[in-house]
Design a protein around this ligand. Structure first.
Ligand code: 5AD
Ligand code: SF4
Length: 444
């Protein structure tokens, strides 16, 4: 590698889950603190951070093609840093195969980017996929400017070892950030403009900590503390594991007004045999019972989940059990995926890998059912009055976009500003959004 001038502009491209979005924002803040500015739209950046996701297929190939696309006509490239879970899992390989990459940094080490950039400017390549004892959060700059809806990572990693999943290997064991740090960061987010905070974690409901009085608390305790901030109006959390739905968290859904009526609780499959082979440690029934209990305290709760079709050995009859579970729940929205064999996971070498055509057909049928339910959920909301947190301008003049309490996208025209919480009546439903009528003039 040759020496390059220090980068003046950057671009961070994040793929995958919301935790990557959060990490991407924090990296951007870190770069800004170094005096590097966001590259103007349409212009090449001096430094590109590819914040990658490894959860499903072709993750690495996608990174290599992205790197290829950054190459200029004269064969040179901007400074490239590969971050995120592909960096963690395949960092050495990336260094070997992609000479254009000068930095590889894992999800627990990105606070060290400034030092790595200094190395790269001198012409030295650097790789850091440590899971250091010091926490990156302590080394990151304060949150200064955020949108009305902000993310806050409270927990990272996973100890569940579902047999198809790479997360326990790429993100490491479950770690909770401290109560004190989180309360501080949440207040800073609110001071910087956030009206809604989504608490993030691979197993966010496994968060545990000690409150100011030294009592052991769970995620519900953290949410209760954050709710005391009068300028924070909404709290959400994602993503959860059924086994960590504690009594306290379920109760909070009935008691804590600021906790939004939305629960993303992945189930993955409807057959007990498949769930067992996935090492999910919950059954179809125990999952449904949790949803019943949440519905009992919060009848209007919108439910969401994740599904995998075509897990090794999944039969037609077992797939039908996934469809019947979907019918039984009536989800408001869901994510669904074809099983993807991930190197190093137990499922990758299991017998009975399902042919691609079978997976395609199952995914189509599942998504048809989920889309049907999503539209039905949206249609059932028509006529309801609710608050919308205005997040941005819409495509049409005067149009504003925001979210309902049930995480539906809502658009309306009227006098309101970004960051306002407005009262609307939902008037019309589509599969992915609703239109609404503004009930009160804003700032009234
Ligand atoms: N194949 C397909 N989907 C997967 N997910 C995780 N690992 C895999 C895999 N190997 C899905 C699960 C999880 C979501 C984040 O990604 O549904 O809940
Ligand atoms: Fe992966 Fe399972 Fe952990 Fe979720 S709970 S991150 S699916 S191992």
């Amino acid at each position: 590698m040759r020496q390059t001038p220090p980068p003046r502009t950057y671009r961070v491209k994040s793929f995958g889950c919301q935790m990557n979005v959060y990490d991407g924002e924090r990296m951007a803040e870190l770069l800004a603190e170094q005096g590097i500015i966001p590259a103007p739209e349409g212009e090449e950046a001096d430094l590109v951070v590819l914040n990658t996701c490894h959860i499903r297929e072709k993750a690495a190939e996608k990174v290599y093609s992205d790197i290829g696309r950054l190459r200029r006509e004269d064969g040179t490239s901007p400074l490239i840093a590969v971050a995120g879970c592909v960096a963690q899992a395949e960092g050495e390989e990336i260094m070997k195969r992609a000479p254009a990459v000068s930095m590889v940094v894992g999800p627990q080490a990105y606070h060290r980017l400034p030092g790595m950039i200094a190395e790269a400017v001198e012409g030295r390549r650097a790789i850091d996929t440590d899971m250091p004892a010091e926490t990156k959060f302590d080394a990151l700059p304060d949150r200064r400017k955020v949108g009305p809806s902000a993310f806050l990572t409270v927990q990272e990693g996973c100890d569940k070892f579902c047999t198809y999943c790479v997360v326990p290997y790429t993100r490491g064991a479950e770690v909770s950030r401290s109560f004190k740090d989180l309360v501080e960061e949440a207040h800073k987010l609110v001071d910087a403009g956030a009206r809604e905070i989504t608490l993030l974690g691979q197993n966010v409901n496994a968060w545990t900590g000690e409150d100011a009085a030294g009592r052991a608390i769970g995620l519900d305790g953290l949410a209760r503390e954050l709710a005391r901030n009068p300028d924070l109006h909404r709290i959400r959390y994602t993503t959860s594991h059924p086994n960590d739905m504690t009594d306290g968290l379920i109760a909070a859904h009935g008691e804590l007004e600021k906790l939004m009526p939305f629960l993303h609780l992945p189930v993955q499959a409807g057959s007990d045999r498949v769930l067992k082979a996935m090492n999910r440690s919950h059954s179809r029934d125990s999952y449904l019972r949790i949803l019943d209990r949440v519905r009992a305290v919060r009848p209007d709760i919108a439910l969401s989940g994740d599904f995998i079709v075509g897990f090794p050995g999944e039969t037609d009859a077992e797939f039908e059990e996934t469809l019947s579970l979907v019918d039984a729940v009536g989800y408001a929205q869901c994510f669904s995926f074809k099983y993807s064999a991930r190197p190093g996971t137990p499922a990758a070498t299991m017998d009975g890998q399902v042919p691609a055509e079978v997976m395609d057909e199952r995914l189509q049928r599942l998504q048809a059912a989920l889309n049907r339910d999503q539209l039905a959920f949206n249609q059932a909301s028509v006529g309801k009055r609710c608050t919308v947190l205005v997040e941005r301008k819409g495509r049409h003049p005067g149009q504003l976009l925001g979210k309902s309490p049930w995480l539906q996208s809502v658009h309306f025209t009227g006098d309101a500003a970004i960051g306002d919480l407005v009262e609307v009546e939902l008037t019309e439903a589509g599969p992915n959004s609703l239109s609404a009528r503004l009930l009160h003039p804003a700032h009234a």
